[in-house]
Design a protein around this ligand. Structure first.
Ligand code: SAM
Length: 292
């Protein structure tokens, strides 16, 4: 039994240690894999409510039942805010859900995905085929197995949208929350480019949000955040960072027109109104940004 699994009355449970004081447990109905992969500890299991899930370093990454919320909002918010994104960079995102949504946009001509863990891509194709839904075979994809932080430091390519679909700041994901990483992302963006970052659950991890904000502010004029609630991530709403190199955000009418003409349907979560509304942050989150 590993540190992430415990047993009561013969029933196995997965425990995510959300903070030192809080653990979140899910019944394990079937376990498909548990062990060390290249850089991280991996567990793949099934739960009646959430479907199939995997966790890296004990933190849930994806569940087949609610991944649409995270992936639709991670991808469509920046792509519709940009309006004509042709080149996209995904950092992390090894399950393939982000690239699945990216490739639903006809404007996208190219997407580079830089994932540090080749095995995440391999097991996602095998055990989570509905998440990538064929996106790994899209000819527009350039899959690079490498550290995303190193990639942005070394590349001279430019992208209209950068999606940092990362783990929490633990293990190899830690570097993706640093001032240096955001500084290296900035020149990789085109003039009106947008960078999106996964910034955790601010009620439980206020420092993660505050640090990301301060570190982004060093390189971007007005980084802002939007919120979503993903049931498998215990601790309430999560925040995604939104930082623009330039350009204006569209109003609701323009956004609705872009969504209509993109002819992508059906969405299960995203809409122009959900997009706009997600930027209305609850006061306690604004307070974290203002005061720490
Ligand atoms: N939806 C998820 C969440 O919010 O927890 C993120 C899922 S995605 C699977 C996270 C991916 O980021 C993992 O596959 C992990 O291997 C990858 N990753 C972590 N650090 C990385 C780095 N420095 N460069 C590239 N990929 C990284």
């Amino acid at each position: 039994m590993s540190r992430f699994i415990f047993e009561i009355d013969g029933q196995k449970w997965f425990k995510e240690q959300v903070t030192d004081e809080i653990g979140h447990s899910l019944r394990i109905d079937n376990i498909l894999f548990e062990g060390e992969v290249d850089h991280q500890h991996l567990i793949v299991f099934e739960n009646e409510v959430f479907g199939r899930l995997f966790a890296l370093e004990g933190f849930i990454q994806v569940s087949t039942r609610d991944e649409f919320i995270y992936h639709e909002m991670l991808v469509h918010v920046p792509l519709f805010a940009h309006g004509n994104a042709k080149r996209v960079l995904v950092i992390g995102g090894g399950d393939g859900g982000a690239i699945r949504e990216v490739f639903r946009h006809q404007t996208v001509e190219h997407c580079t995905m830089v994932e540090i863990e080749g095995s995440v891509v391999d097991f996602s194709k095998e055990w989570f085929p509905t998440i990538s839904d064929g996106a790994f075979d899209d000819p527009r994809l350039n899959l690079v197995i490498a550290d995303g932080a190193k990639f942005v430091k070394d590349t001279d390519q430019k992208f209209d949208v950068i999606l940092v679909d990362s783990t929490d700041p633990v293990g190899p994901g830690k570097v993706l929350f640093t001032e240096e990483f955001y500084r290296d992302c900035r020149p990789c963006l085109t003039e009106e480019g947008i960078m999106i970052t996964q910034c955790g659950l601010p009620f439980l991890q206020p420092n993660e949000l505050r640090t990301a904000y301060l570190n982004q502010k060093a390189s971007f004029e007005a980084p802002t955040f939007y919120s979503i609630a993903v049931p498998a991530y215990s601790g309430g709403i999560m925040t995604l960072g939104f930082a623009r190199a330039g350009g204006e955000n569209p109003d609701l009418e323009t956004l609705s027109e872009r969504v209509k003409s993109a002819n992508i349907h059906p969405f299960r979560y995203y809409s122009a109104a959900a997009h706009q509304g997600a930027f209305a942050l609850p006061a306690y989150i604004s307070h974290i940004l203002d005061t720490g």
